[in-house]
Design a protein around this ligand. Structure first.
Ligand SMILES: NC(=O)C1=CN([C@@H]2O[C@H](COP(=O)(O)OP(=O)(O)OC[C@H]3O[C@@H](n4cnc5c(N)ncnc54)[C@H](OP(=O)(O)O)[C@@H]3O)[C@@H](O)[C@H]2O)[C@@H](O)CC1
Ligand SMILES: Nc1ncnc2c1ncn2[C@@H]1O[C@H](COP(=O)(O)OP(=O)(O)O)[C@@H](O)[C@H]1O
Ligand SMILES: [K+]
Length: 477
């Protein structure tokens, strides 16, 4: 599991560790890791031109000490001091001793750089870049230099992933001690480039702010049938989706569910003919969901429409005493009180627009502050919530770490891919995963399937569904 901790926790761990170490030791560890990462990115250090953007705090100190190490290996290193009177004294001395110099013409030095090290501000930052730093960003962009952020791209919010003003756009970020939420959540994540973690020996608490499943975690959660499995023990997922107007949503949700480890898929709704034509293995039923036969979890909502029939189906499913995944129209029509009162697990899967409607805020507010939005939704609806989008997040109703999906790809931004995810995660619920596991494993496989299907070219939702088995194979090695 990859984990991320917020600034307060990092500060506490840092204080505890610093009390046991000689002064400056932590910064030296950080700078050594940073310099090594820069050297690797540069290929050859000797003769390369490195510009350090140095703010008034320890983030600038890291940059200066790393710059000194690069200067000792033969790089021409120049420091641009954004707060000259507060620049880290020891770092500056070390840089000068190693043959580095302070810039007298920032834009000219930046124009000739091979690598720009962003040490403007780290976890001590609030708000976007200030004007003096923001002004240099044009020159940085035009230089074509590699941009490496120290700890975080300056200008992003470490704890939330928000970007409240101008921010550095890095090719790579070298972060210390732990990932910070902002390195994993968009829009900030996108500014960080490839993130590398340097272990500096911080002792961190057991429960992180944020966690991201890795291959091994997903592999351990996948419902693989055993010798004594039968279709019922593997789990039957019911899909109440589609309408005369949107039969395709039903087909796509069934397509996702069929490749996701459940033993059988039952479909209930007006798109039965379309479903059977495409998937003869689906079990279809014409009556209400409660009469469809045994299921271990329901998916309700994709393409449901909002006529009386759709509303009735939703009511019926929400009354079932099994896990329920509510998506799309189901989210729009569900009575919040009924959702809150459910005793079996509920997983809501809104995109930003649906989440905004559920919270009564603007969509832009959800997109800018995804972490706060998913937590608030989970608390207000007493349900697990999977917030879809550029960074998919999954929160449980009891608080605890939020899961962030590491496999997302913007190729998924195609009509119907959410329906596939609903079927996929619903089948995982039926197979017995908790709502948070079903949501996060579902999102993981969904993103991976899209990547495998797309390989850098556009794909449709059906292609994503068809690639789910390949994603399974990839995860199981
Ligand atoms: N934690 C650890 O374990 C370790 C931490 N280490 C390193 O220390 C870093 C944290 O250092 P830090 O605490 O000195 O804060 P830092 O991020 O340099 O900035 C503070 C200064 O910036 C200013 N400022 C604020 N907002 C701003 C903005 N938007 N734009 C511009 N300026 C802004 C603010 O000044 P003021 O508001 O007073 O003007 C303040 O003086 C951390 O990220 C890591 O790199 C490693 O060395 C070792 C292990
Ligand atoms: N920019 C993006 N980057 C990564 N994933 C995205 C992006 N935009 C959308 N997605 C993913 O695509 C899917 C779209 O689902 P949804 O919005 O419900 O669309 P639809 O209703 O058309 O199926 C979700 O899984 C979402 O996380
Ligand atoms: K920085």
């Amino acid at each position: 599991m990859r984990t991320a901790f917020g600034v307060e926790t990092v500060r506490t761990a840092e204080r505890e560790l610093m009390a046991r170490l000689p002064e400056g030791a932590l910064m030296q560890r950080a700078a050594a890791g940073l310099a090594a990462a820069c050297a690797e990115l540069l290929g050859r250090v000797y003769g390369k031109r490195v510009v350090l953007l140095v703010g008034g705090g320890d983030n600038g100190g890291d940059a200066l000490y790393a710059g000194a190490r690069l200067a000792r290996r033969g790089a021409g290193v120049t420091a641009v001091l954004l707060a000259p009177e507060r620049a880290h004294e020891g770092g500056l001395k070390a840089l000068r001793a190693a043959g580095g110099r302070v810039s007298a013409a920032a834009e000219r030095d930046i124009a000739g750089a091979d690598l720009v090290l962003d040490g403007i501000v780290g976890i001590g930052g609030k708000g976007g870049l200030r004007p003096a730093a923001a002004q240099l960003m044009g020159a940085v962009r035009e230089s074509g230099a590699l941009v490496v952020a120290v700890d975080l791209p300056s200008g992003v919010e470490a704890d939330t992933g928000e970007v409240l003003g101008d921010a550095v756009r890095a090719d790579a970020t070298v972060t210390f001690g732990t990932y910070k939420p902002g390195l994993l959540i968009d829009p900030a994540r996108e500014r960080a480039g490839a993130v590398r973690l340097i272990d500096i020996g911080l002792g961190l608490p057991a429960v992180p702010e944020l966690e991201a499943l890795q291959y091994a975690d997903v592999a351990a959660l996948l419902p693989v049938p055993g010798a004594s499995s039968d279709k019922y023990r593997r789990g039957v997922v019911g899909i109440a989706a589609g309408s005369a107007r949107y039969p395709g949503a039903a087909v796509l949700a069934v397509a996702g569910a069929l490749r996701s480890g459940a033993g059988a898929v039952r479909y209930v709704g007006p798109a039965a003919d379309a479903v059977i034509a495409r998937f003869p293995e689906a079990l279809v039923h014409a009556g209400p969901p409660s009469r469809a036969g045994r299921v271990q979890a329901w998916v309700v909502g994709p393409g449901l429409g909002d006529d009386a029939h759709g509303r009735e189906q939703l009511r019926d499913v929400l009354a079932a005493d099994v896990p329920v995944l509510v998506d799309a129209d189901g989210l729009r029509l569900a009575d919040p009180e009924v959702v809150r009162a459910r005793t079996a697990p509920t997983l809501l899967t809104p995109h930003a627009g649906e989440a905004a409607a559920l919270l009564g805020v603007e969509r832009s507010e959800v997109e800018a502050g995804r972490l706060a939005a998913v937590r608030r939704l989970a608390a207000e609806y007493r349900a697990a919530v999977l917030l879809k989008g550029a960074t998919t997040l999954v929160a449980g109703p009891e608080g605890g770490p939020v899961r962030v999906n590491p496999t997302g790809t913007s190729w998924l931004a195609t009509a119907g891919s959410g329906d596939v995810l609903a079927g996929l995660a619903g089948a995982l619920l039926a197979a017995g995963l908790t709502a948070v596991d079903a949501g996060s494993v579902g999102a993981y496989l969904h993103g991976l399937a899209a990547r495998l299907a797309a390989q850098g070219a556009p794909v449709g939702a059906q292609d994503v569904a068809a690639a789910i088995p390949a994603a399974w194979r990839d995860v199981r090695g």
